[in-house]
Design a protein around this ligand. Structure first.
Ligand code: ADP
Ligand code: MN
Length: 395
């Protein structure tokens, strides 16, 4: 893991709480979270391997033992304290305000204040009740210009332990949005070159759709047309053919999600499906046509399955195969290392291969296993609606 001082705000979140982070390379996504979410990741990895495959790769957790113990903090986080003493305090406070660095920067600020004998005023406004974060694979890593859509699943959005007021509020939202009609709503979205009007694009060239978009503008009647704006975009060179191919790739993955959810006994409230694909048409086409790196003869022995996983240049659904390759490389990486520590060029080659698309189930703050209670029909409703929509888009 990188030094905590090197973590930086994650700029590609399309929904949810503020305070998400990533490492300097951007391979990792770090999110302050509840113990329930950590437990759900852990148990999925241990006992529900097919379900775990739908989730971002879970790499572990970060935690702060005792944020009130200034002395131990100075020991634990010297880098963060240094960071701050190097004039970064302002930025740190801003991040702390946004619930970042699981209170670490905030606490380091307190440490610094204590050292300098000045009064420290806590700045955390929306702090969630935990000092832990999950460390996940960043689903947007490896894309040149990722288009991202967060589809929040469920007609019912609250868990059994929610207070009455929250139930009412969420039921109102559900009734007023496609959560009610379709079992999902667009919680947020970003589309590369998603507008002709430069004033509607952010500094990176994206049209960003905030949470109000899915609440106020997407309706049961226009939901297919609105989703079309995510996939098809001639301004960025994502033409009919490319768009249909991507929609078809998502469709295949959605069917797999349906299949897994229907075979598991889980409950998730306000979880999401995170759709990501290469939003630059030229880069997308190049990624699809990229040939699979060829294994050296000695390497093929350790990875016989790879020969069958060739990326065919004309089929976008080979994106699924790209993912399989990535998984299998991860698994036998140590094996290769043991054989010859210096020869990991090929793995570099594969992990740096341009990405095509990704579909991941995320946000398990209110997720649990419910043995004996059957599949999660509340989430399946949303998944099945998305399947119908992507059938439409891939036609
Ligand atoms: P919250 O509880 O705040 O809603 P989420 O898990 O839904 O947290 O994450 C918030 C946002 O962060 C998502 O809408 C998505 O844009 C982004 N995000 C979540 N997980 C990942 C991930 N593994 N890789 C990349 N982005 C992610
Ligand atoms: Mn969320």
């Amino acid at each position: 893991l990188p030094n905590s001082a090197d973590l930086k705000p994650y700029n590609f979140a399309v929904a949810g709480h503020e305070g998400t982070l990533c490492d300097p390379d951007g391979e990792l996504f770090i999110k302050p979270c509840t113990q329930q979410e950590i437990s759900f990741y852990e148990t999925a990895c241990k006992d529900h391997p097919r379900f775990a495959e739908l989730m971002p790769v879970f790499l572990g957790t970060l935690s702060l033992n005792d944020v009130t113990d200034v002395e131990s903090l100075n020991e634990q986080l010297p880098a963060v304290a240094d960071h701050i003493s190097q004039g970064m305090k302002e930025e740190a406070v801003r991040m702390a305000k946004e619930n970042a660095v699981e209170a670490a920067v905030e606490a380091a600020g307190a440490a610094k204040a204590a050292r300098d004998n000045v009064t420290w005023k806590p700045n955390m406004t929306k702090k969630i009740a935990t000092n832990k974060s999950v460390v996940l694979e960043n689903a947007a890593y490896g894309f040149q210009n990722p288009n991202i859509l967060d589809a929040k699943l469920g007609r019912r959005l609250w868990a059994d332990d929610a207070p009455l007021e929250k139930r009412r509020r969420f039921d109102e939202i559900s009734k007023a949005t496609t959560n009610g009609s379709h079992g999902f709503r667009v919680a947020g979205m970003r589309v590369y070159k998603g507008s002709e009007n430069p004033a509607e694009l952010d500094s990176h060239g994206y049209k960003v759709y905030d949470k109000d978009y899915g609440r106020l503008q997407v309706t049961p009647d226009n939901v297919v047309e609105e989703m079309r704006k995510f996939i098809f975009n001639s301004r960025a060179g994502v033409d009919e053919d490319l768009g249909k191919a991507i929609a078809g790739a998502f469709l295949d993955d959605l069917r797999r999600v349906e299949d897994v959810l229907a075979s598991e006994e889980s409950r998730m409230y306000s979880a999401s499906l995170l759709f990501t694909f290469e939003g630059d048409g030229q880069a997308l086409r190049a990624a699809i046509e990229q040939p699979t790196p060829t294994a050296s003869p000695s390497r093929q022995e350790t990875r016989p399955e790879k020969k069958e996983l060739g990326l065919s240049a004309s089929r976008v659904d080979s994106g699924i195969e790209v993912k399989v390759i990535e998984f299998s490389v991860g698994e036998d990486f140590s094996q290769i290392e043991m054989e010859d520590e210096d020869e990991d060029d090929e793995d570099d080659e594969i992990s740096s291969m341009p990405r095509i698309y990704s579909l991941k189930l995320i946000d398990f703050a209110h997720a649990e296993w419910v043995p004996g209670q059957g599949p999660d029909e509340n989430c399946l409703l949303g998944v099945r609606s998305l399947i119908k929509i992507f059938e439409e888009l891939s036609k």
